[in-house]
Design a protein around this ligand. Structure first.
Ligand code: FES
Length: 104
């Protein structure tokens, strides 16, 4: 887990409606751009080990590619089974074109 805010990407790397996986230490994080605001949640599904970045992303939701649970990328909330736990949300700070992510 990042202990302080660390730079993980450029804002220009993540177009509106797109998402991008990044790694900070051992943390796999999914950055997404919802209407121009960058959000960060865990990239790893709370159900089993699957990368949400490999699933479909639309609106505010990303769907796990393994069993289909969807997660809200702004709140980390699980939307439907089989997953029944939310995923961690990371605070995001924008400095110029830099995207920084802090501890979950
Ligand atoms: S691993 Fe994501 S729903 Fe099962």
């Amino acid at each position: 887990m990042p202990e302080d805010f660390v730079k993980v990407a450029q804002v220009s790397d993540i177009a509106v409606g797109k998402c991008k996986p990044v790694r900070v230490g051992n943390e796999e994080i999914l950055l997404s751009n919802v209407n121009g605001t960058i959000h960060a949640i865990s990239d790893i599904c709370s159900h089993a080990y699957a990368a949400l970045s490999e699933g479909d992303f639309s609106g505010e939701e990303v769907e796990c590619p393994l069993h289909g649970s969807a997660f809200n990328v702004t709140t980390g909330e699980c939307q439907n089974p089989p997953a029944n736990e939310n995923v961690p949300v990371y605070p995001v700070r924008i400095e110029g074109d830099d995207v920084l992510v802090g501890p979950a």
